[in-house]
Design a protein around this ligand. Structure first.
Ligand SMILES: *Cc1c(COP(=O)(O)O)cnc(C)c1O
Length: 373
């Protein structure tokens, strides 16, 4: 059996977070067991998607849920459902949305690399506002007979330029259009799983392979029953826009198990682990010359979630003769690799996906790199 080493693939100590490019998160063995169990039988996939959705909705006490092939796939299905509805002719026509209502309003400060997932279903994004401010009248003014919904990226709500989700939902309900919420990385807190639907959003999307630690290729859609049902019609195994975003039965059952475990987990304990790791790193780095270090929480919609403490490191780059990018690269080139986040002003360490004890290795490695210099 060839493992990562045999293939020449380095393992990563993940001090960056639930990045898809590093594999997202690690799946606990109880979830692998559920996936293994699912692998022994054939099932009707459409039935499995319906029943798993109903089960998850009951567990969360929301109207409806659907397992998707990641949050981004959920965005595509959401756009498709809002644009084409349940009419087979329209479902088949996508991504050509000509002649259908296909406009979504998005605040400029909410644009992000994932909104391409909406466009690929035939959505036309209508931008309002700017980097400094967005006014309610701008959103209202952009709504016309071709508007189907408003897209809201939760991380951007922290920006001064953003209207609140509450304000957006009020306008959308008044104008009878949908609100799609991208909350892919907004866990923890666990309350967020239901918070945005309870506020009145029509569709809310989460990644299954970030904080939930289900299969990395899974996602969770929660929302109102009628529209979630239509999303399912646009997805695999139907011959529709979602057909290439395939979900195996093992992944579906893996996410079901992941959610069961997530709901029972001691989240306070997890926070304690993160705080201890941050404290350890901060103390350790504080003693090194040419380094300034502090801990805090993200204030920019860059790395999610903003609820997990981080260590922000600033190097005296002139004296060291090395930039933070050089140091990050040296960490990443080692074996195992150490993944960190390079932000505009800091090298950032995120304990989210750092196993207990791994913080010691991270500290050692940073010391070593600086000493060698
Ligand atoms: C991770 C992420 C996605 C994509 O989620 P997947 O589950 O990887 O498809 C979409 N939007 C945002 C804001 C994300 O952080």
């Amino acid at each position: 059996m060839a493992n990562y080493e045999d293939l020449g693939v380095k393992r990563i100590i993940n001090a960056a977070g639930t990045y898809t490019k590093f594999g997202g998160s690690l799946i606990p063995s109880e979830i692998i067991e559920a996936m293994e169990d699912a692998s022994h039988s054939f099932v009707d996939i459409d039935e499995l998607l319906q029943k798993s959705g109903e089960y998850i909705a009951r567990c969360l006490n929301v109207e409806a849920a659907l397992v998707t092939a990641g949050a981004a796939a959920g965005l595509t299905l959401s756009a498709a459902a809002c644009i084409a509805g349940s009419e087979p002719k329209c479902i088949k026509a996508l991504p050509n949305s000509e002649g259908m209502k296909n406009e979504f309003i998005i605040m400029r400060c909410h644009r992000n690399p994932y909104d391409q997932a909406l466009i690929m279903a035939g959505a036309k994004l209508i931008e309002v506002g700017n980097a400094i401010e967005t006014h309610l009248y701008e959103v209202e003014g952009a709504i016309n007979e071709k508007t189907v919904g408003i897209v809201f990226f939760i991380q951007s709500e922290m920006l001064e330029a953003s209207l609140s989700l509450k304000e957006i939902i009020t306008i959308a309900q008044d104008k009878n259009i949908k609100v799609i919420v991208d909350a892919a990385g907004e866990l923890p807190p666990i309350e967020n799983l239901v918070k945005f639907v309870k506020m009145g959003a029509d569709i809310v999307l989460f990644s299954g392979g970030k904080d939930i630690r289900g299969p990395q290729s899974s996602g969770l859609m929660v929302g109102k029953k009628d529209i979630v049902e239509i999303c399912r019609l646009h997805g695999y195994p139907h011959h529709a826009i979602g057909r290439p975003m395939k979900l195996d039965k093992e992944t579906i059952m893996g996410l079901v198990r992941a959610i069961e475990l997530y709901l029972k987990e001691d989240h306070q304990q997890r926070i304690k682990k993160w705080e201890e790791q941050v404290e350890y790193l901060k103390k350790g780095l504080d003693n090194i010359p040419y380094i300034q270090v502090f801990s805090g929480y993200p204030t920019q919609p860059l790395t999610q979630p903003a609820t997990i403490p981080r260590v922000y490191v600033k190097f005296n780059e002139k004296t060291l003769g090395m930039t933070k990018e050089d140091i990050a690269q040296k960490l990443y080139e080692g074996n195992p690799r150490i993944a960190t986040v390079v932000e505009k002003n800091y090298l950032t360490l995120n304990p989210h996906m750092l196993a207990s004890g791994e913080e010691k290795l991270v500290l050692e490695k940073i010391k070593e790199i600086i000493k060698k210099n």
